[in-house]
Design a binder for this molecule. Structure first.
Ligand SMILES: [Zn+2]
Length: 399
């Protein structure tokens, strides 16, 4: 049996007046999902454990069959895994943004979490410059993409001062940075570094970008996931445009397949992702295909965009994969990692709808279509990381 997990990031939503009290999933043209829902099993699954933030990192870790409450250490460590950074257990890994602030003090405001969407070719020299000037035994800067970089604080994992809460910069656009500056101060070596690095960025005459501060957040000790293959007996791969999905996959020993033209937006290379999945399944057993589009539209509060992203997911991802796997023993799970309701423009931790189908699945759900509403009439999986083993048990029995 082959397994295909198809994840439409942030697809789930709430009914909208603009759609005559339908959700974007109900409004979108989704003949393939609807057909599978009629023949298969639908249900809901709580991908975000109580008390954890509804981030894509937490939710996708659940969908890959690992308990975030046990394994999740932070955003920084997942991105370090995506980069293949070699880390020691005592290292504290910070996600480090290049940002624009009014001033780096308790009187300051966060103007831009991305330093004007700084391009990678401008950002990398700045990070290298920071490493040359302020890198030390204790701190190392590691360049990433655009505004997203990493800072490693040696030997600080588990120390009292590592347990501080700096706000994610994208959550405080145009808001005061006072609370985070106070947090930085409780980790004195870090605060000293942030202050000196930011002064250099702000004052260096050669810096022609909007970056005038660094912003370390999302810290944690290195991510160590059990091997996916040893845990579930399946050779797996992840296909995504998004670093944190690749990081989760790599940390579990899965292949992270790069698809040229995978943008994470509505115009992503659907055919390339589908072909990569088909190619991998010639020798592999399990593929986790992640589409970012619906989430981006949800953050933008753009209803038409979200409806279209869901329709394309059905037509350009699910449809061709069903066709390619026709006549073979292949199990399809279709779901989203979390809701990104248009009304909120951000994530929500409510349970997500899912559908499960394999050839010869003998448990017709009795529903006519796939939606948040029909899913609620089906199975209930209380712990997100239990979904994957449950799927294997269901489909294994049916095969
Ligand atoms: Zn997500």
């Amino acid at each position: 049996m082959k397994y295909l997990f198809l994840i439409a990031d942030g697809m789930g939503d709430w009914p909208l007046d603009e759609l005559n009290a339908r959700t974007p999933l109900q409004a979108a043209e989704t003949p393939n999902m609807d057909a599978l829902a009629r023949q298969g099993i639908v249900g809901t699954c709580r991908t975000v454990p109580a008390g954890m933030p509804p981030g894509s990192d937490v939710a996708n870790m659940s969908l890959m069959g690992f308990d975030p409450a046990r394994h999740h250490t932070g955003r920084g460590p997942i991105e370090a895994a995506a980069q293949g950074l070699e880390l020691e257990d005592g290292d504290l890994v910070w996600r480090c943004n290049l940002v624009t602030v009014s001033e780096l003090s308790v009187n300051g405001f966060m103007h831009d979490y991305s330093a004007g969407h700084i391009p990678t070719d401008k950002a990398v020299p700045l990070i290298r410059g920071l490493q040359a000037r302020f890198g030390s035994e204790r701190f190392t800067f590691h360049p990433g993409v655009q505004y997203r970089h990493l800072l490693v604080q040696k030997g600080a994992a588990g120390a009292d001062e590592s347990n501080i809460h700096v706000q994610p910069p994208h959550d405080i656009t145009d808001k005061s940075i006072a609370a985070s500056v106070e947090s930085f101060k409780t980790n004195p070596p870090l605060f000293d570094l942030v202050a000196r690095a930011s002064r250099w960025l702000a004052e260096d005459p050669n810096n022609d970008t909007k970056a005038n501060a660094i912003w370390p957040w999302g810290q944690g000790k290195p991510l160590r996931l059990p091997s996916f293959e040893q845990t579930y007996g399946l050779k797996g791969a992840v296909i995504s445009a998004v670093d944190l999905i690749k990081g989760l996959g790599r940390a579990a020993g899965m292949e992270a397949i790069d698809v040229p033209g995978a943008t994470g937006l509505l115009d992503t290379n659907y055919a390339g992702k589908v072909q990569a999945a088909i190619d991998f399944l010639k020798h592999g057993d399990f593929v986790f295909v992640h589409l970012e589009g619906p989430d981006e539209c949800g953050h933008g509060g753009d209803i038409d965009c979200k409806v279209e992203a869901i329709a394309r997911f059905d037509r350009l991802v699910l449809g061709p994969l069903l066709e390619a796997m026709a006549g073979r023993q292949a199990t399809f799970l279709v779901t989203c990692d979390h809701l990104t309701p248009i009304a909120l423009k951000t994530h929500h931790a409510d349970p997500v709808p899912f559908l499960l189908w394999w050839p010869g699945c003998m448990k017709p759900s009795g529903v006519e279509s796939f939606s948040e509403h029909t899913a609620e009439m089906g199975e209930r999986i209380a712990k997100g990381h239990a979904l994957l083993p449950w799927v294997l048990a269901q489909a294994g029995r049916g095969a």
